[in-house]
Design a protein around this ligand. Structure first.
Ligand SMILES: Cc1cc2nc3c(=O)[nH]c(=O)nc-3n(C[C@H](O)[C@H](O)[C@H](O)COP(=O)(O)OP(=O)(O)OC[C@H]3O[C@@H](n4cnc5c(N)ncnc54)[C@H](O)[C@@H]3O)c2cc1C
Length: 489
């Protein structure tokens, strides 16, 4: 096992598998290293946006969405819960206001993460030129004089010893808890909160075959189908077809300390604080799932991408969550990841295997990749973080104004819906378009405020308008800066 490869990829996850396939198809020898090749059981990566579907298909991997019982997702339904003001009668279905945003021709998919990974791994392991090895990468092998990364130390599963493997290029794709990033990325990972995941059965969603977002207090709750219920008792639609009925619920718990946020009683918090805010149709399945299913949680992390082509040692690239993360509220991580692999793969096609050890050529490829990726990463990441700020608005009156304005903006229809939804879906690859919609929402919000305030409150409304616009700018500008908008061409 002392063979030398053109590329070693650490991690056979969302990034590692397609990257191995794409590079091997270019005639490069690839070692794909994975610490655990059994089917993962995780609450992450279960809704793929249409932009991600396009990227996957562009790499010839669209069939990985077949045979996994994936549920189509045709759009989003955003819901404001029925009034929690005890003096008012609650809305009959506990939905005060809701709005549909449809994706048109473009379709996303919900699925069990593990099944999708299994399909991706099947493709990688059967691709000529890819060698798959089950083992944990324990460290990178560094040339002491040049700093060049020359390969990896691996603890192979089932063998008691470490082995060394060498390659011209090592790609780290070891995910959100990356063991290797800390040596190369100085920016700290920010934890915005946690998602608690449960799986609901027999649960009719207000927006069937849509991602449903309940704008709860203090923060949002997501629901989407991840598979069809196989049991006999599953409900059917009016045509007698079984409805997509394995529903993922992700409940956001804001803040870094989940124990503190829930008073040390997560189940009690979900039952007494979250459940009453949900649409009535969802409540029985939610209650049942709380009683019967395992509560799992994951941190919602943010990490802007580093400028790898200036700061990284020769022979090393980081791709995927190891180098760039955003809040999972909009389900954009896999879309960014697949677009990353697609673009990086296209750029790497210009390098022959022997050129992979030429640092200047690899650096130039990485530079081009990092510029081109901004079309999707610069939109999806900023949107995810900005929307989280709006949807977990708390008591900030300016954020609340922006949140309500977002709703009103959607209700205008036309490009006011299709534009933002196409950005979120990873189809419209234009940070400029994101900026224009974001400020259009803010301006619309101030217009509504001035209109509703009337002439007498006009001076007050104008001052408030200025603070709302300032608040909007203070959200989006730092995010755009961190995501590298300054490097846009
Ligand atoms: C709560 C939550 C929900 C999410 N939901 C969505 C969603 O609905 N849609 C979406 O698009 N994105 C979602 N994401 C984001 C998405 O899951 C990630 O962006 C995506 O999985 C990143 O892919 P990756 O290849 O970088 O990491 P992963 O897919 O995690 O792959 C990393 C792989 O590396 C392996 N590995 C790790 N360390 C080693 C080592 N030392 N040696 C060998 N192998 C190793 C791991 O076993 C794993 O297989 C969510 C994230 C969170 C936190």
């Amino acid at each position: 096992m002392s063979r030398r490869y053109d590329v070693i990829v650490i991690g056979a996850g969302i990034v590692g598998n397609p990257l191995a396939v794409v590079l091997a198809n270019q005639g490069k020898s690839v070692l794909l290293l994975e610490r655990d090749l059994s089917e993962p059981d995780r609450i992450v990566g279960e809704l793929l946006q249409p932009g991600g579907v396009h990227s996957l298909r562009a790499m010839g991997l669209g069939d990985c969405l077949e045979g996994i019982n994936a549920a189509p997702c045709y759009g989003y339904k955003v819901i404001i819960p029925g009034t929690d003001d005890a003096s008012k009668a609650p809305h009959p279905d506990n939905i005060l206001r809701s709005h549909d945003a449809v994706l048109g021709q473009n379709v996303g998919y919900g699925f069990h993460h593990g099944r999708f990974i299994r399909r991706l791994r099947e493709r990688a392991t059967t691709t000529e030129g890819v060698t798959t090895l089950e083992g944990t990468c324990t460290s990178l092998i560094k040339d002491d004089s040049t700093g060049q990364i020359r390969g990896v130390n691996v603890s192979v599963k089932g063998r008691g010893e470490d082995i060394q493997l060498f390659a011209s290029l090592t790609v780290v794709a070891d995910g959100c808890f990356s063991k290797f990033r800390r040596d190369y990325i100085s920016t700290p990972v920010v934890v915005k909160g946690h998602f608690v995941g449960i799986e609901l059965r027999n649960c009719p969603l207000p927006g069937a075959e849509h991602g449903n977002v309940v704008l709860g207090n203090p923060s949002p709750v997501l629901f989407y189908a991840i598979g069809k219920y196989a049991g006999e008792e599953g409900p059917v639609d009016q045509d007698g077809n079984r409805i997509w009925n394995e529903i993922r619920a992700l409940i956001d718990i804001p803040g870094t300390d989940m124990k503190k946020a829930t008073g040390g009683d997560l189940k009690g918090y979900l039952e007494t604080k979250i459940l009453p805010q949900l649409p009535l149709g969802i409540q029985p399945s939610f209650r049942k799932a709380l009683a019967t299913s395992r509560l799992r949680s994951m941190p919602n992390q943010y990490l802007p991408a580093p400028t790898q082509y200036t700061t990284f040692p020769p022979g090393l690239i980081l791709v995927g969550d190891s180098q760039n993360m955003r809040h999972p509220l909009t389900g954009g991580g896999m879309t960014v990841a697949f677009e990353d692999v697609r673009i990086l793969g296209e750029e790497m096609a210009n390098l022959k295997p022997a050129e992979l050890s030429e640092d200047s050529k690899v650096r130039s490829v990485v530079r081009t990749w990092m510029q081109k990726r901004l079309g999707v990463s610069g939109v999806v990441n900023v949107l995810a973080m900005a929307l989280y700020d709006l949807f977990a608005a708390g008591d900030d009156p300016n954020l609340k104004t922006l949140r309500n304005a977002t709703f009103a903006y959607f209700e205008v229809g036309g490009n006011c819906v299709t534009g933002p939804v196409s950005l979120l879906a990873g189809i419209l690859k234009s940070p400029l378009s994101l900026v224009s919609h974001f400020f259009a929402v803010a301006v619309y919000g101030t217009y509504i405020m001035v209109r509703e305030g009337g002439i007498l409150k006009a001076p007050f409304s104008l001052v408030r308008s200025a603070t709302v616009l300032w608040r909007a700018a203070s959200i989006i500008a730092p995010l755009g800066w961190k995501e590298g908008w300054a490097g846009l061409r």
